[in-house]
Design a protein around this ligand. Structure first.
Ligand code: IPM
Ligand code: MN
Length: 361
């Protein structure tokens, strides 16, 4: 297959972790006989520095013309402590999501047997967790208007707003995901308080009869926040609005034991995007110590969701699992034992992928 991939390394550790994913994707291309072309583009603080815009049109056009986008991270501390900054790197991320129509953010949470002890949660509670959040990504309070301050600057407001269409397209994705999995869908909302949440619940209830094989549960977000870490195995597919999804997926990453392992996919109206859920981790930038596995696993999701190539996706996750089992890991998960550099992990994964090739041939 021919694949054109847009590479958006972004800020902080973004470029380093994206480099490892590129090595792995190239190795997969060679092993499975795909023609893969990469086109790099700027985004985030890097793009503000170069052209004054965190998501320039040139970058958007490259994304639109590509078959998939591999994205690193966005964010720079010089903006975090300056609430008055006019342009912020995060605006680039939000613009990218909006312009590419990426309304469905797929964030899986699963455990790795060799890392169970890394989670602060009791092993028996998390072992075998396999859930996926579908977070609405282009609506809600992240984008709602009006937003801002009153004239005196003494009051601030944001607007949470959802249309039936926005809820329905995300909910249908949820039902379809559930049909392919354990057939349990949880609608996470705050319908006891919020009008938007009541529209979510009403819409999901209206759709449910169309998916008779899926069991639907409705749960308030505060209760989910609690049950998610008490008994994560109770969940299969969870659908929720933008802000709740942002918060709960960070919480869910604790189950895995490391943010450095969580990949994600954003699906919608145009080119699909794949990114690790960790941020730009500026303290580690340029040191070759960041964990590249979330980005590498995001590349696995790319083969699955953008190209429908399961063998390629599995070859990557198998290599990642082996690296974890054999302790070929970065310092964040090495427990004080031997640790490897970011680039060494990438090279090691490539070797595993190549090895399999020689066994097959
Ligand atoms: C995420 C991030 C972003 C978000 C930030 C960086 C704007 O936290 O992808 O979860 O809030 O969506
Ligand atoms: Mn977040």
């Amino acid at each position: 297959m021919e694949m054109n991939i847009a590479l958006l390394p972004g800020d902080g550790i973004g470029p380093e972790v994206i480099n490892q994913a590129v090595k792995v994707v190239k190795a997969i291309g060679e092993r499975f006989g795909h023609q893969i072309t990469f086109t790099e583009a700027i985004v985030g603080a890097t793009a503000i520095d170069q052209v004054g815009n965190p998501y320039p049109d040139a970058t958007h056009n490259i994304c639109l013309q590509s078959d998939a986008v591999l994205f690193g991270a966005i964010g720079d501390p010089k903006y975090d402590n300056d609430p008055k900054a006019k342009v912020r790197p995060e605006q680039g991320l939000l613009e990218m999501r909006r312009k590419l129509g990426l309304f469905c953010n797929v964030r899986p949470t699963f455990t790795f047997p060799s890392l169970l002890h890394k989670s602060p949660l009791k092993q028996e509670r998390i072992e075998g967790t396999d859930l996926v959040f579908l977070r609405e990504l282009t609506g809600g309070i992240y984008f709602g208007e009006p937003r801002g301050r009153n004239e005196q600057g003494t009051k601030a407001f944001d607007t949470n707003i959802y249309s039936v269409e926005e809820i329905e397209r995300l909910a249908r994705m949820g039902f379809e995901f559930a049909q392919k999995r354990r057939k349990l869908l949880t609608c996470v909302d705050k319908a006891n308080v919020m009008a938007t949440s009541r529209l979510w619940r009403e819409t999901v209830q209206r759709l449910a009869p169309e998916y008779p094989d899926v069991t639907v549960e409705y749960e308030f977000v505060d209760a989910v926040a609690m049950r998610l870490i008490q008994w994560p195995k109770a969940y299969d597919v969870l659908i929720t609005e933008n802000l709740f999804g942002d918060i709960l997926t960070d919480e869910a990453s604790v189950i895995t034991g490391s943010m450095g392992l969580m990949p994600s996919a954003s699906l919608g109206l145009t080119t699909k995007l794949f990114e690790p859920i960790h941020g730009s981790y500026p303290q580690a930038a340029g040191k070759d110590i960041a964990n590249p596995l979330a980005t590498v696993l995001s590349a696995a999701m790319m083969f699955e969701y953008a190209f429908g190539l399961m063998d390629e996706a599995n070859a990557i996750s198998d290599a990642v699992n082996l690296s974890l089992e054999e302790g070929v890991v970065t310092e964040d998960i090495s427990d004080g034992g031997k640790s490897y550099k970011t680039s060494e992990i990438g090279d090691w994964l490539v070797k595993q992928i190549q090895k399999k090739k020689s066994i097959l041939m």
